[in-house]
Each structure stands twice: as structure tokens, then as C-alpha cells.
Design a binder for this molecule. Structure first.
Ligand code: AMP
Ligand code: MG
Length: 278
């Protein structure tokens, strides 16, 4: 199955979240069954990130969005965990600070966009400004409704600067969210993650779904696609994200740069050194 085709929001389509089942696993039945594939894609991720870093030409921006408990932290752990910390970074988008709020909404996104050779993951992103902001009426409709176009041209700008922009919505069901909130309650190591806000936000599930659908429809483009990842099963979510990222990086056809030195001369120097020994 072509995961990119299967999970991509087709540009210009009338996409609905109900088009994608959150518990889909592509006939894989368990984490054990998926493990070999996951290992494979993680290994390749690491190779490609090395190529990004040494070539200093392309960069990669991964945007992660989800409702509470959707698995952003877990995905970051898995995808970034496969990479070399040198050259990777996570930017977490919280409620804007006073300085951020004093700028236009894209300012902080641009500030944290990857430099050549870098991989950056956005844990939440500039999309919050058409999601939480819309659901809670933090600005009037006349303001947020103009943002889709601005997001589009911002992302285009990044793409023209050789940034691969890949956006993932981690799609969980409402029942799965309740299960995860319960699991957090049951695990003292996860209590810090809980907030009354999670339950209040749950009341807005329908509004968030509508806001996501519009954002995904308006902003999934050929140059910066949105993928809707079935995320009820954490192992499938990790596999699907890793695989899609790898397939995009593969298309960049990166190789190692030619050595800047005269290899013959270096080999001769080495021989001499080896002859002299320690
Ligand atoms: P978390 O990612 O769980 O640590 O929570 C961060 C919180 O910041 C979430 O509730 C987001 O909805 C909120 N947030 C992020 N960006 C914005 C924004 N532009 N305006 C208002 N709230 C935001
Ligand atoms: Mg949270």
C-alpha cells in the first residue's frame, strides 16, 4: 500500500475526518508484527538525516498536530529518537508569550523554521492560530479566516528555500482519548500531564474536528501536504509517520558530498604515518 497516497489529504478535495478510521493498521495485527518495518524505517531516517546534515542544502520541517493525548510526544520520541541530536530540534508552540503575541502569528513559526541541514519538529504549530484560536473565538472570524492563505504562502516560502514541509495530524477516536486520559490518571508518572483543560477541550470535540477539517482542506498542497495518520495504535502511528518521512527524503536523492581534499595525497600521508607507527 502506498502510505503517502492513502493518508494524504488530496489538495482541493472535500476531505472529512470520518474518511480515515483512527484504528486502521494496514492488516498488521500487533506491534511485534510491525517491528521489523519500524526498525527499517528508523534506520533509514538516521541515514537520511546524516545526509541532510552533511550536505547543508535541504532541511526538513515536520509539523505535528493532534487533539490532547493524540500522541505528539510519543511520535517525537520515536522519530527524533532515531536521529542524531546534532542537527535536530523540537519547537513547542504554547500559548503565545507577550513577545510572540506582539508579532504577527507567523513570526514565531518563521523564527523556529529549520536552517539548511536541520530537522525541526513543530510540536503544535502555526496551525493553532486557526484551531484553538477559532474554537475559542480568541480573534474574530474576519481575522482567522484570512490566515489559511497566509499559512500557504509562508509554507511555500520555506519550500522554495529547500525545506521539505511535511504535516501530520495524529487522528485518534474520542473513545481512545478517554482511555488515554484514564491511563494517565492511573500512572503517577503521568499525572503532571493531566489538566482540567483536557476535559474541557473534550467538550469541544466537534468544533475542533470542524476546525481541523477546514485547515487540512485549505492547507494541504502539493508542496506542503497534510497527512492524516490513524493514531489509535501508537505503533502503527510511529510506523506510518516514519515511513512517509523516509519516502519523501528518499526523493531528494541526496548523496555524500565529494571530498574537498586530494584523496591520493591523503592516502600517501596515511601510508607514511602507518610506516612510522605509533
Ligand atoms: P501542550 O502542547 O499540551 O503543552 O499545550 C499547549 C497549549 O497552548 C495548548 O492548549 C494549545 O492549544 C495552546 N496554544 C498553542 N498555540 C496557541 C495560540 N496561538 N493561541 C492560543 N493558545 C495556543
Ligand atoms: Mg496537553
Amino acid at each position: 500500500m502506498d502510505y503517502r497516497k492513502r493518508f494524504r489529504v488530496k489538495p482541493g478535495s472535500k476531505f472529512k475526518l470520518s474518511d480515515q478510521a483512527p484504528d486502521f493498521t494496514d492488516k498488521l495485527e500487533s506491534e511485534e508484527e510491525a517491528k521489523a518495518q519500524l526498525d527499517h524505517y528508523q534506520h533509514r531516517l538516521r541515514e537520511f538525516q546524516d545526509l541532510l546534515w552533511v550536505n547543508q542544502k535541504h532541511s526538513l520541517l515536520i509539523v505535528l498536530q493532534a487533539l490532547d493525548t493524540g500522541g505528539k510526544d510519543g511520535t517525537i520520541n520515536h522519530v527524533l529518537g532515531a536521529m542524531n541530536p546534532q542537527g535536530c530540534r523540537v519547537a513547542h508552540f504554547r500559548q503565545p508569550s507577550a513577545e510572540e503575541a506582539a508579532h504577527d502569528f507567523l513570526w514565531r513559526a518563521h523564527r523556529d523554521a529549520p536552517a539548511a541541514g536541520e530537522v525541526v519538529i513543530f510540536n503544535r504549530s502555526h496551525y493553532e492560530d486557526v484551531l484553538v484560536v477559532r474554537v475559542h473565538d480568541l480573534v474574530p472570524k474576519s481575522v482567522w479566516s484570512k490566515r489559511y492563505k497566509r499559512i500557504d504562502s509562508f509554507e511555500k516560502e520555506l519550500v522554495e528555500h529547500d525545506t521539505l514541509v511535511l504535516k501530520f495530524f495524529l487522528h485518534i477516536s474520542k473513545a481512545e482519548q478517554l482511555k488515554r486520559l484514564k491511563a494517565r490518571l492511573d500512572d503517577p508518572a503521568k499525572h503532571w500531564k493531566l489538566s482540567a483543560g483536557d476535559f474541557a477541550e473534550r467538550e469541544h470535540w466537534h468544533d475542533y474536528s470542524k476546525a481541523y477539517e477546514e485547515a487540512l482542506r485549505e492547507c494541504s498542497t502539493a508542496h506542503a501536504p497534510w497527512y492524516v495518520i490513524p493514531a489509535d495504535h501508537k505503533w502503527f502511528r510511529n510506523l506510518a509517520v516514519a515511513r512517509i518521512v523516509v519516502e519523501h527524503l528518499d526523493e531528494l536523492k541526496m548523496g555524500y558530498p565529494k571530498p574537498a581534499v586530494d584523496l591520493k595525497r591523503i592516502k600517501a600521508l596515511y601510508k607514511k604515518a602507518a610506516k612510522r607507527g605509533a
